[in-house]
Design a protein around this ligand. Structure first.
Ligand code: ATP
Length: 284
């Protein structure tokens, strides 16, 4: 669906995107994850053909530098900063954008609007909508022509927690319905909730391309498991866990073990198999 090859973008002396290559397959949800300034927005703007860049980007085989319009017809874009005409109503905004996209007069968007729960808000002025509704309107506009690909720049950055959850649920639904999603985010919880694959950008460079459940391991994150045990079983527990090669030490009422992601169960299993009763545990 998307093929990015050696994409770089400089602003004067600053390399905002540095030799980025990745692919997105049809039906996948892929997150560009990174801190503010990592280059996510710039990468998306290149991908949309909005700014010149070096390298090559194709969308469903269309080169965005050479066939920009044809490539953009394959996608709907939800920008980070929404720029509506505040005085128009929701219905007028939809008509305006439908004309811009040259959709047939009188196109019926009622299914889309029902799905995004926008029908009751059609007569309202955009100015009077909540942040969550504005974001849903932006999504509706991106979906007017029913493109196979949705590109979203920090889609929940300006939403409160409730609106964020609702919006993520919508995106999840769209993904289940077969849309391909590429979105940027600096929120790990959002990335792991929605993405099949996460591309971590640091200073414009791609440093990790992995499914969310492999992220912690790939980034070398580990956590500490505190296991509370009856006093008499602490030494045997230390011996058992050490014998399994686990980094363990005594910790007041029990033991403390450094655990790699996906390995917490192993610690509990070793103790259980050795007949050691666990009073309690906590994770740090
Ligand atoms: P944020 O979420 O804060 O937007 P980001 O990961 O999207 O972060 P970008 O907006 O792509 O990051 O910015 C990457 C770098 O490029 C930053 O150092 C930014 O200051 C710089 N930059 C972005 N646009 C321009 C521009 N038009 N002119 C000069 N520098 C720019």
């Amino acid at each position: 669906m998307i093929e990015v090859t050696n994409l770089s973008k400089r602003f004067g002396g600053l390399v905002a995107v540095d030799d980025l290559s990745f692919q997105v397959d049809a039906g996948q949800a892929v997150a560009l994850w990174g801190a503010n300034g990592a280059g996510k927005t710039t990468a998306l703007r290149c991908l949309l053909g909005l700014i010149p860049f070096s390298g090559r980007v194709t969308i469903t085989g269309r080169d965005v530098s050479k066939q920009g319009k044809a490539a953009r017809r394959q996608l709907g874009f939800v920008p980070q900063e929404l720029n509506f005409h505040d005085d128009l109503s929701v219905a007028e905004t939809l008509t305006f954008y439908a004309r811009l996209k040259k959709l047939p007069n009188g196109s019926d968007f009622s299914d889309l609007l029902a799905r995004l729960e926008l029908l009751p808000h059609l007569p309202k002025r955009v100015h009077d909508l909540s942040g969550g509704l504005k974001q849903r309107l932006a999504l509706a506009l991106a979906l007017l022509a029913d493109p196979p690909l949705l590109v979203l720049d920090e889609p929940t950055a300006n939403l409160d927690i409730r609106a964020r959850e609702d919006f993520l649920a919508l995106l999840h639904e769209l993904k289940t319905g077969g849309k391909t999603l590429l979105f940027s985010s600096h929120r790990l919880e959002e990335v792991t909730a929605l993405a099949d694959r996460v591309l971590l950008l640091e200073a414009g460079r791609l440093v990790v391309d992995a499914p969310p459940h492999e992220l912690a391991q790939r980034l070398g994150w580990s956590s500490t498991l505190h296991i509370y045990l009856p006093e008499a079983t602490i030494d045997p527990a230390l011996a058992q866990l050490t014998a399994c090669g686990l980094p363990v030490s005594r910790n007041g009422r029990g033991v403390r073990v450094q655990v790699a992601p996906g390995a917490k169960g192993q610690v509990l299993r070793v103790l259980h198999d050795a007949g050691i009763v666990i009073d309690d545990f906590s994770l740090e």
